[in-house]
Design a protein around this ligand. Structure first.
Ligand SMILES: [Zn+2]
Length: 257
């Protein structure tokens, strides 16, 4: 049994086959996040059509996918489907690109959309999946300020001090197969307690195999097994023991079990 806590199933090719392979690899549950209106609609359809592995539906607007003319319609969709969403995500702030950093309007829009979704999650007592690339401190403070109970700062690769504040607040950080080669991920995960860590794939993201190679693979939910292997090796833990703790964490994050 293993849980992929972050996958974009609406972007995974040959989903039938990918989910069958996930089952064969021992993946029992997947958190399927969304990015915009079309993505939410597709994720909902996937949730209603596939029963194995078990899918936890994540609905939300990703900071990189905000379309000005669509915001209200997308937020209305989210609001009216909160009953079906086990998770709100993937939401957050992304000021990674210079053109965004220099655009005060864009940043204001991201902050506004992020906060409105957090408030919805808070009202409905839903866990949130946060994308905080280059904005770790601000995202953490916003999540805490809104009073969110359960959150994961996904693919954590930010400063260690922010990670420690996240963990102290009772929130989670997650890691991906990039742990095999990303110095930023390694530095953060080295300091993160296992009890506050989740594993994921962010499928269908492309990953390198390791630091010594340039080639890699396009991920699928089955590759959460790889995340587990890399994580266990990196932390010096037995895979089975690590899996047990990481699965329990995922259920605690989801508020089940
Ligand atoms: Zn993602």
């Amino acid at each position: 049994m293993l849980i992929d806590t972050h996958a974009h199933l609406d972007h995974v090719e040959n989903l039938d086959e990918a989910l069958a392979q996930a089952v064969a690899a021992g993946v029992t549950e997947i958190v399927a996040v969304s990015m915009d209106l079309a993505s939410m609609q597709k994720s909902l359809e996937i949730k209603n059509n596939f029963f194995s592995p078990q899918i936890y539906l994540g609905l939300g607007i990703h900071p990189g996918n905000i379309k000005t003319e669509e915001i209200e319609e997308a937020l209305d969709f989210l609001k009216s489907h909160m009953g079906q969403a086990q998770v709100v995500g993937e939401i957050g702030l992304d000021f990674w690109y210079k053109w965004v950093r220099q655009d005060a309007e864009k940043k204001k829009q991201q902050r506004d959309v992020f906060r409105r979704q957090l408030v919805l999650a808070k009202e409905h007592n839903r866990p949130v999946v946060v994308h905080a690339r280059g904005t770790w401190r601000e995202c953490f403070e916003t999540v805490r300020e809104v009073g969110i109970q359960s959150a994961v700062f996904h693919w954590y690769s930010g400063p260690v001090d922010v990670m420690q504040d996240i963990v102290s607040a009772g929130y989670f950080v997650s890691t991906t197969p990039s742990l095999a080669y990303s110095p930023q991920s390694q530095e953060a995960i080295r300091h993160a307690p296992i009890e506050s860590t989740l594993i994921e794939t962010d499928s269908p993201v492309f990953y390198r195999y390791d630091a010594s190679r340039e080639d890699g693979f396009k991920s699928q939910p089955k590759d959460v097994v790889r995340t587990l292997q890399i994580y266990a090796r990196y932390k010096g833990l037995a895979e089975e023991k690590a899996a047990q703790i990481l699965n329990a964490n995922a259920h605690r994050f989801l508020g089940i079990g």
